[in-house]
Design a protein around this ligand. Structure first.
Ligand SMILES: Nc1ncnc2c1ncn2[C@@H]1O[C@H](COP(=O)(O)OP(=O)(O)O)[C@@H](O)[C@H]1O
Ligand SMILES: [Mg+2]
Length: 273
């Protein structure tokens, strides 16, 4: 849906961490209701990109706009209220609090809802994400799939215009990935724009209408998922660069070279192994 009205706009975003370039004059837009998958090697800067959209990380240069409104200078709470909803690669919940309480907090703080409307929002997204069985369970006692669902539920409870999903399928079994795909597809149906970073490439191929391959701080491919995965520059980053070899559907090969220099000292996110 390239013709859709631009909702999220990134313009000339640059970012480096102690000499390592993670965003290099990066520009792209995401349309209203559009679904965009992002793939790329570990350490490419994908999570950092979400940080710069969500407000946890400050870009060195460039603009982030939502619905034409400039987000630079707004912190993550303000951006959440403006319509940016995100999940974290490493789930972040209040471990002692129940699923319901965690989602309620998100509805109150992220969407600014109060009283009954906050409760109704929490209940609605808990049902939609398949968490009803675990509604009264402390977050710290959930299995991996339910933790991922909870991340999704909290992001949805903020009534986002754009939903940022960071490797929500990581570590799940195939049938669990299928369940998650179902939940994400329903959010799509509700008209929310989605950006989904994922190593489980088949999840993106099955649900997203557009795919960006991101490496070295730059976009190396942008288009329909299967077209992008067929590009030479993209295949080089993935296992199995022979035409017709579909091993790339299982994820990128590990990045080689320069890893020491790219190591995070105090990164707020744990690297995906
Ligand atoms: N807070 C931080 N401080 C310093 N370096 C960081 C920080 N966060 C990430 N990095 C580094 O930036 C690069 C990109 O990281 P990240 O955005 O997590 O990549 P990806 O999500 O694509 O795997 C990596 O080399 C990582 O070590
Ligand atoms: Mg990441």
């Amino acid at each position: 849906m390239e013709s859709a009205r631009p909702l999220l706009e990134l313009k000339s975003i640059s970012k480096r961490f102690s000499g390592v370039i993670v965003a290099d004059d990066l520009s792209f837009t995401v349309g209203v209701g559009e679904s965009l998958g992002i793939v790329g090697p570990n350490g490419a800067g994908k999570t950092t990109l979400f940080g710069m959209i969500g407000g946890d990380i400050k870009a060195d240069r460039g603009e982030v706009r939502l619905d034409t409104r400039l987000l630079n200078g707004m912190d993550s709470a303000e951006r959440a209220r403006a319509g940016i909803g995100r999940t974290y690669q490493v789930p972040r919940s209040f471990e002692q609090m129940t699923v319901f309480e965690n989602v309620l907090v998100a509805a109150q703080h992220g969407a600014g809802l109060r009283g009954r409307s906050a409760h109704e929002m929490a209940q609605g997204v808990i049902s939609a994400t398949g968490l009803q069985r675990s509604i009264n369970r402390p977050a710290g006692r959930l299995g991996l799939l339910d933790r991922k669902r909870l991340e999704l539920a909290k992001a949805l409870a903020t009534s986002p215009k754009v939903l940022l999903l960071d490797e929500v399928a990581g570590g799940l079994t195939d049938p669990e990935v299928d369940e998650l795909i179902g939940v994400v597809s329903e959010s799509r149906g509700a008209g929310v724009s989605i950006i989904w970073i994922e190593h489980v490439v088949r999840a993106l191929v099955e649900t997203m209408e557009r795919l960006i391959c991101f490496a070295g701080g730059r976009i190396v491919g942008d288009g329909r998922p299967l077209d992008v995965l067929a590009m030479d520059a993209v295949r080089e980053l993935f296992l199995g660069s022979e035409p017709g070899d579909e091993r790339y559907l299982h994820g990128p090969k590990p990045m080689t070279g320069g890893v020491e220099g790219a190591k995070a000292g105090d990164g707020s996110e744990t690297e995906h192994g």
